[in-house]
Design a protein around this ligand. Structure first.
Ligand code: LER
Ligand code: MN
Length: 280
């Protein structure tokens, strides 16, 4: 049965895809575009979120054909693998690396423009060096985010900035810090991405965190407390659904969870968990 269009409001559902999956990485699907996109569409997903380190490694023509054939859109291009695999950080002490990281973001924006999609800034923001004044690094991050957001604005591509837990990034870990960063630096065309897995570690109150973001909330990742699919842990997703309604959120909710016990179970379990949370 397809759950498409049964989630109230205009919320759309997306699922993560990379070239392959790993039991330690929160990406549900791996491999062939046509095979995976057809499966996602049949289950009722509206979109696919891509996890590649560099858009030049993605066969965009093949991707586009698979999307059109199955009535699926690309919800977002995640960029974290540019940091995790290629070591690109927007706050590196090495100016050349900062430049390459920003250029990588521009090329993600170019790819996203062709799909009317969004670009995620997550792990690519890198980590603060220990024992140094953090302010210059926040300034560097704001400068690069602003440059990518301006470039995106010209091409109709919004940027969403993700709050990530302290064990992966050592700053901007929760909703209030991320709201403050975006507002303090007056960043435009830049929304916030809240990920329930990180929120469960960092935000004192998950519903308040969502309400606090209000119109800045541009994208949502759903994974349960153990990073498995919705319903496989102890996060109360019904309360999260109420908070999303309260702020009239109408963007994507994306399945960014571990492909466990296997991709198919995660993909179908996630959508069932979301359906239960929204009581549809
Ligand atoms: C990226 O969306 C994210 O949540 C990171 O934790 C990926 O490891
Ligand atoms: Mn995430």
């Amino acid at each position: 049965m397809s759950y498409k269009n049964q989630i109230p409001g205009k919320i759309k559902l997306s699922v993560t895809l990379a070239s392959s999956t790993s039991p330690t990485s929160p990406v549900v699907l791996g491999g062939d575009f046509h095979f995976n996109i057809q499966k996602a569409s049949a289950l009722g997903y509206d979109g696919i979120e891509l996890h590649w380190s560099d858009p030049k490694l993605i066969d965009l023509r093949n991707l586009s054909e698979a999307c059109i054939a199955n009535g699926i859109v690309i919800s977002a291009f995640a960029t974290g693998r540019a940091y995790v695999q290629d070591g690109l950080s927007l706050i590196s002490d090495d100016e050349a690396i900062r430049r390459i990281a920003l250029d990588r973001l521009y090329s993600f924006v170019d790819a996203a423009a062709a799909f009317k999609s969004t670009v995620i800034i997550g792990c690519i923001r890198g980590n603060l060096p220990l024992g140094k004044d953090s302010e210059p690094y926040f300034d560097m991050l704001a400068k690069s985010t602003n440059a990518a957001a301006k470039y995106g604005s010209d091409k109709g591509v919004p940027i969403v900035f993700e709050a990530i837990n302290r064990y992966e990034n050592n700053y901007l870990n929760n909703a209030s810090e991320t709201v403050k960063f975006i507002k303090d630096y007056g960043l435009t065309n830049t929304g916030i991405l809240l990920d329930t897995f990180h929120m469960n570690i960092e935000d004192p109150d998950l519903e308040n965190a969502i309400v606090q973001c209000k119109d800045l909330l541009g994208y949502v990742h759903f994974a349960d407390s153990n990073r498995l699919f919705t319903g496989a842990g102890h996060i109360d997703f019904a309360k999260i659904a109420i908070a999303l309604h309260k702020i009239e959120y109408n963007g994507f909710i994306s399945a960014e969870c571990l492909p466990l016990p296997d991709s198919d179970t995660a993909m179908s379990g996630w959508i069932k968990g979301v359906k239960a949370a929204f009581k549809v």
